[in-house]
Design a protein around this ligand. Sequence first.
Ligand code: GAP
Length: 439
Amino acid sequence: MSVNKEELFDKVVNLSKRRGFVFQSAEIYGGFRSTYDYGPVGVLLLRNVKEQWWRSMVQFRQDVVGLDAAILSPPSIWEASGHLTNFTDPLVDCRECGSRFRQDKLEDPDKCPTCGAKASFTEARQFNLMFKTNAGPVIDSAAEVYLRPETAQGMFTNFTNVLNTSRKKPPFGIAQIGKSFRNEITPGNFVFRTREFEQMEMEYFVPPADSDKWFEYWCKERMDWYLNLGMKEDSLRLRIHDSDELSHYSRATSDIEFSFPWGWDELEGIANRTDYDLNQHAQASGNKLEYNDSGTGERYVPHVIEPAAGATRTAMAFLMDAYEEEDVNGEVRNVLKLDHRLSPYKVAVLPLSKKDELIEPSKEVLNLLQPHWMCDYDQTQAIGRRYRRQDEIGTPYCVTIDFETLEDKAVTVRERDSMQQDRVPINELVQHLSSYLIP
Ligand code: GAP
């Protein structure tokens, strides 16, 4: 049964709350708008998205190293990067009802979506999206600091540190996963656009003459990452930015877009940032930020290709893409057909009944599996309902311990998508599951 696009959004938001993926932040105080907390299964999904990104961008490569830079940063970084001047969105107010909007996101630039008033908007003002705070006990302008609006600048300011300590040479990259903060004018669409979110970014430093080649390479590489993790081909597209859309630092940008219930929207941007950032920071700090090949004597400022993805936004896209409803014997089965690498739990251990004689062997099976995979354990309710609960959070395998287990020392392994059940001896269980659950 295909799920209607209009209903999909509400269904996924509802599932997220009901099954512990995502909660409204500060809910007991009425909720803090546009911030979200990741619950017991949501935190696992998010960790798995980030882990898969890290594996493909760092672990499986010899040319990319990692970094974890500070979130609090001095104004000098953002002056040099251009964010203090350019990181703005056009803000308009409705004179009739006082609502505020991002002008470039209005469907009709002459009509207020809240009260319907026509030609009621003020002139657009440029609104800077950075969050400012104060470091230390003195609240004055000398103590002003910013929460980073992107993880990228930490990679540029540490360029020489990484170059000197990692012995890499262009082409090479620095990758980072972490929180970023933007004072968005119109946050919304659940976790799609929030004021606090997580990014997965990589700055790839290349010889200037090779930048177009590497830009193409990373567009393909990043598209393949989503497809390889099971995202449907027709849910994704690559969109090339027009020249008037380019950020202040970019020579070329392509977005990987996902077909969200409200239409195509960005998951990740791949940009050719040229030598803009390294030059800006070199000029502002007085430190040379360049590559010097001691062998050839060659010296140049590398150009940068940046694949910049949102972890929280991507986790939501995977949820939406995986959500399916099936008719099973006249009943609707909700199932998250997530690639097992993204599934919060890989295995659920389920004793058929709560009787004491099944609990002990079930706990033994759980102890056997836990060192290998994230496992859930559930001994309440009828087994059919427990299977459905696991289907709904995307658990690829359920292992059931029944009364026969006491005799034959075997368990039933049920696979989520086919619902096929196999009897597997306990002493072969890890090997059996390992053949499917590849990291
Ligand atoms: N360093 C480049 C950069 O930050 P960006 O396109 O502004 O580029 C990269 O952000 C990715 O970060 C986006 O494609 C999106 O997935 C995510 N992102 C940006 N703003 C976000 C927000 N307010 N809420 C959630 N995710 C966001």
